[in-house]
Design a protein. Structure first.
Length: 255
């Protein structure tokens, strides 16, 4: 009942996989300055980590985001028709020539891909040498495990030995633990299987600000003008983010 009360009024009566939910989430972001600041930070980071060169950059799962404001000539995409995305594609079957992309950017997308083995193979095919995959993903820590199990709507399975999960809807199908499984628990397997994708950097962050922003599904708990104060508080908590962080920025580079 509490979740129903706190759900954002624009999308609370819609199914998660209804494309209308994604359309309306653009309005949700615009109405929540606190949440928009979080996305701005992620987008600025992604833009700053791009390789040099004129080759195109693909964003998978553009949805209601606004990364195209930070990366010129960005190719925006979604897995279903979306008026904000240029093309409809599946990350496991990408319509690009071999070694044609300089980067693939994904914000909260990897844990929705039911077959990441196919995605990584496709990424290796499409990325040029030196190209990057830049991701922001949920991350498992003692604090986030509690939140993802009791507050968040997406499935979480830390015990699975398979990086795949059953195909259901494009947004309802997920395993929030998947990025942690791949890049922490099974990191040695990833490095062995995908030696051509080097883990350049992985940083854990944001123990509280995304939660109190209400995210995409809930009403905001703080006005946007308090974001800088909360950001400073979280900076002071950086040494403990391995215990408290809820997200990770993950930078991979094709050898």
């Amino acid at each position: 009942m509490l979740k129903d009360i706190l759900r954002h009024p624009l999308t609370k009566d819609l199914l998660l996989d209804d494309p209308e939910t994604t359309f309306l989430r653009k309005d949700v972001i615009s109405q929540k300055p606190f949440l928009r600041r979080i996305y701005q930070e992620w987008y600025e980071w992604a833009a700053s980590r791009l390789p040099e060169g004129i080759d195109p950059v693909l964003e998978l799962g553009s949805g209601a985001g606004f990364l195209d404001e930070y990366i010129p000539k960005l190719i925006t995409s979604e897995v279903f028709f979306c008026p904000f995305a240029q093309i409809v594609i599946n990350g496991c079957y990408m319509p690009f020539k071999q070694r044609s992309l300089k980067a693939i950017v994904m914000v909260n997308v990897l844990h929705h891909i039911p077959d990441v083995y196919s995605f990584f193979q496709e990424a290796l095919r499409c990325l040029r040498p030196g190209g990057k995959i830049l991701m922001v993903e949920p991350w498992i820590t003692p604090w986030s495990k509690f939140i993802y199990n009791h507050v968040h709507h997406e499935p979480i399975d830390m015990r699975t030995q398979d990086w795949r999960f059953p195909r259901t809807g494009p947004l309802s199908g997920a395993n929030s633990a998947l990025p942690w499984i791949i890049f922490e628990r099974d990191r040695h397997l990833f490095e062995s299987e995908y030696s051509m994708l080097r883990i350049v950097r992985l940083s854990i962050e944001k123990p509280f600000v995304y939660l109190i922003s209400g995210g995409l599904s809930y009403r905001p708990f703080m006005p946007g003008l308090l974001y800088s104060l909360w950001a400073k508080l979280e900076s002071a908590l950086d040494p403990w983010c391995d215990k408290l962080g809820m997200f990770a920025r993950i930078e991979l580079q094709r050898v």
